[in-house]
Ligand binder design. Structure first.
Ligand code: GUN
Length: 303
């Protein structure tokens, strides 16, 4: 049994946005330039529409310029690549994000590869992935970056250190699992990446001082997979149907069985209000960083 501190991602993200808003206001006052993020969405995926709306609102709320380009799902890959090329050349645009998933007739790898690495505020381009892998400064994917910020904060609050800890990441996606592994390696953790073919997954997870769940399966990680005193970061956002006396309702849950895991964990992120709010806050962080690098301005501390 452990004390199960709940990591407040919503509060951390709010503080981060406030710091970023101050940097934007200082930079605008000093240089007369406003960072600009362009989000491109293709098709009508309802979850993507909500994320994109929120990205636009939060970008404007910290004083940056936001542009959203909505394309029908009949758009060809060639047309999207042409748009990306135009945005790459537009010096008023500092960050480009193409919302995923894309319609099936497009290759997301090809589209991401077409975005200029300097404007790739998602940090998905091979140049940014490679920079992270070799320990060079670059743009780091938003969800792992936000997860690391929350983890570092929780570890510091416990007068603890990351170095030497065994981190187990469940999930090997390019968007979360792999970059999270690189970030934790750079923090001197011993890192295991587990996935759907890992044998004895429960035992592997029980070895973890830090357990990161990024599998996209509701409550997949069981409470007794969590070692007593472990830090648990739940990246999952899964919508499920639950039965209530008033009838079926939809609810958002993570990849970890939170109620069972929190009694074992030293600290754990809830869902919602854990890692989720950090993703857009880190997107704004990355846009500010891209803006500074493109304009040969110093990147503010902590960005
Ligand atoms: N779809 C869901 N999350 C993300 C993200 O972080 N970036 C992009 N581009 N698409 C997403």
């Amino acid at each position: 049994m452990s004390n199960g501190q709940i990591i407040d991602g919503a509060a951390y993200a709010e503080q981060l946005r406030q710091r970023l808003a101050q940097h934007v206001s200082d930079l605008t006052a000093a240089h007369g330039l406003v960072p600009c993020l362009v989000v491109v969405i293709v098709g009508e995926d309802p979850a993507s529409q909500i994320y994109v709306k929120s990205k636009g609102e939060q970008t404007r709320a910290i004083g940056m310029e936001s542009r959203t380009i909505r394309l029908p799902d009949t758009t060809s890959e060639a047309e999207l690549l042409h748009l990306v090329d135009e945005l790459n050349r537009d010096t008023a645009v500092n960050g480009i994000l193409v919302q995923l998933p894309l319609p099936k007739h497009m290759s997301s790898l090809k589209v991401i590869d077409a975005i200029s690495a300097d404007k790739d505020v998602d940090g998905f381009h091979v140049v940014n992935a490679g920079r992270l892998a070799v320990g060079l400064e670059g743009i780091v994917p938003c969800t792992p970056l936000g997860s690391l910020m929350l983890l570092k904060d929780a570890v510091a609050k416990n007068n603890d250190t990351l170095a030497g800890k065994h981190a187990v990441i469940v999930g090997r996606s390019n968007i979360v699992g792999k970059p999270m592994a690189q970030l934790l390696l750079n923090q001197d953790c011993t890192v295991t990446i587990a996935h759907s073919k890992t044998r004895n997954l429960a035992e592997v997870c029980r070895e973890a001082d830090i357990l990161v769940a990024a599998v996209g399966r509701p409550r997949f990680v069981q409470g007794d997979w969590v070692k007593d005193g472990a830090y648990v970061i739940d990246v999952g956002i899964n919508r499920i149907q639950i039965d209530t006396p008033e009838g079926p309702k939809s609810k958002v849950v993570g990849d970890v069985d939170f109620d069972a895991a929190k009694d074992h964990a030293r600290a754990i992120t809830p869902v919602p209000k854990g890692v989720g709010p950090m993703t857009i806050a880190c997107l704004l962080n990355n846009t500010l960083k891209a803006f500074c690098l493109q304009n040969s301005l110093p990147v503010p501390d902590g960005v």
